[in-house]
Design a protein around this ligand. Structure first.
Ligand code: SF4
Length: 447
């Protein structure tokens, strides 16, 4: 969501004449888009703001904007820690950025806009140069969250759930496809509850409609809450040909006791049952997850239950984090905090276990042919010896969301064949720690 917001901010600045600068030293305007999901991310944001204070001393005309969840959370208080900030832009004020920049011209104090009165369907912007690539785009389908997990700051900084209408979403996707986009990732804090509050339609029904969009090749979505994963949505993986076989399903802990303290409202057994149903629906589905280690009161036995669940599920990858207290959350008031050193050790154990599982998963794909959506030239250096006799190295993702670096097999015909947005078949030849390497399977000029 944060990456998507950054893209949105960049797009809204383009019509005002802004273009990306190479560094803060050369910029007229710097927007620090912040995340407050963990204490460390927030500290980094304030550290960057400290560096910008020095730039602003040299060039007082520089405009400094703080956006995102820290902006929403701190509001006026940002001024106390960073008096050089010109504008505090809350999570639901992005569409007011242009007007606020205009107001700044005649305003001598920091402007603060943390209002939550965002319309669900703001005007659609067209893809811009600041986006990740011209092939794949995020499309927000809902904002906010009503779940109030005990550790999570999101409901406080992004507000209550609000869903966009299917018409607006489809209109946006059609516009993106007309501009060359081939893959969309439908975004929401908990997409499974899309439309429930408004009585619009289920998320699975929205996917069905998106699946009909001409020229769209792939659909992804994130994030799903395990308690709201419906049988209808699970069936979509089998029935919708454009829906990629990947689900990010944050488990957070393998201990029922910890899950209850986290207010996650599902059990380990329910989660495992969901995974089994997903794999029954689509044999090759990739399942990725989030894990928090060191939630207050997490015992060694609780932690081992998490490791046990990871071994049982064999996730394709996980994002693992050490618990940290966040403002307003109930968990910060819990007294039985896990020492930092213990949290670090648990995090290392999770990452080491997952590295082994991911390596085995990657290795099992060697020799297989995968459909890859070509995104562009790869920035990664070619694997040793791999580039000999071949052309440019490309990058893309499999349907299971694995990054693949691949070569065009040295054929001139292929040079024209591969272009960003094309679905190609790649034979996987090597498993790397975080990606795969392969080469284009067939010469398109051949039989
Ligand atoms: S579902 Fe829980 S963890 Fe996810 S955004 Fe909502 S409150 Fe946070």
């Amino acid at each position: 969501m944060n990456v998507s917001d950054s893209e949105r901010i960049a797009r809204s600045l383009a019509p005002l004449g802004y273009v990306p600068a190479l560094s803060a030293d050369q910029a007229d305007l710097v927007v620090v888009n912040t995340c407050s999901v963990r204490a460390k991310a927030e500290q980094k944001a304030f550290s960057l703001l400290g560096q910008l204070a020095a730039v602003k001393v040299r060039r007082p005309e520089l405009v400094v904007v703080v956006a995102g969840c820290v902006a929403q959370q701190e509001g006026e208080r940002i001024r106390e820690r960073a008096p050089h900030v010109d504008l505090v832009l809350g999570t639901r004020a992005v569409h007011r950025l242009g007007a606020l920049l205009m107001r700044l011209r005649t305003h001598s104090r920091t402007l603060v806009d943390v209002g939550m009165d965002e319309p669900p369907d703001e005007p659609v912007e067209t893809p811009g140069a600041a986006d990740r690539n011209g092939v794949s785009r995020f499309v927000t389908v809902m904002r906010g969250c009503d779940n109030f997990c005990a550790y999570c700051v999101v409901p406080y900084v992004r507000g209550r759930e609000i869903s966009r209408s299917p018409e607006a979403i489809l209109h946006e996707i059609r516009g993106l496809c007309a501009a060359g986009v081939r893959e969309v990732t439908l975004l929401g804090q908990n997409v499974n509850s899309y439309g429930a509050k408004e009585g619009i339609c289920s998320f699975a029904q929205l996917l069905e409609q998106v699946n009909t969009v001409k020229d769209l090749a792939r659909i992804r979505f994130t994030t799903s809450h395990p308690k709201d994963l419906t049988a209808e949505l699970i069936r979509s993986f089998a029935s919708l040909e454009k829906l990629c076989a990947h689900i990010h399903l944050p488990v957070q802990s393998g201990s029922n006791r910890v899950l209850a303290c986290m207010n996650r409202r599902y059990t380990r057994e329910h989660y495992l049952d969901n995974v089994a149903k997903l794999r029954n629906s689509h044999r090759q589905i990739s399942v990725t997850s989030d894990i928090i280690v060191g939630f207050p009161g997490e015992t060694r036995t609780d932690f081992e239950a998490t490791l046990g669940l990871m071994q049982q599920v064999e996730f394709d990858s996980v994002f693992a984090f050490m618990y940290s207290d966040r403002p307003n959350t109930p968990a910060r008031l819990l007294s039985d905090k896990v020492p930092e050193r213990e949290k670090r050790e648990r995090l290392h154990a999770v990452l080491a276990l997952q590295d082994g599982i991911t390596a085995a998963k990657h290795q099992s794909l060697v020799g297989s042919v995968q459909e890859v959506l070509a995104e562009g030239f790869s920035k990664r250096p070619a694997a040793a010896g791999a580039a000999e006799g071949f052309g440019q190295q490309w990058t893309g993702r499999t349907r299971g969301n694995k990054i693949v670096h691949f070569f065009d097999a040295g054929s001139d015909a292929n040079a024209d064949f591969i272009r960003p947005g094309r679905l190609v078949q790649v034979r996987i030849e090597r498993a790397l720690a975080h990606s795969l390497w392969g080469r284009l399977e067939r010469d398109p000029a051949g039989p």
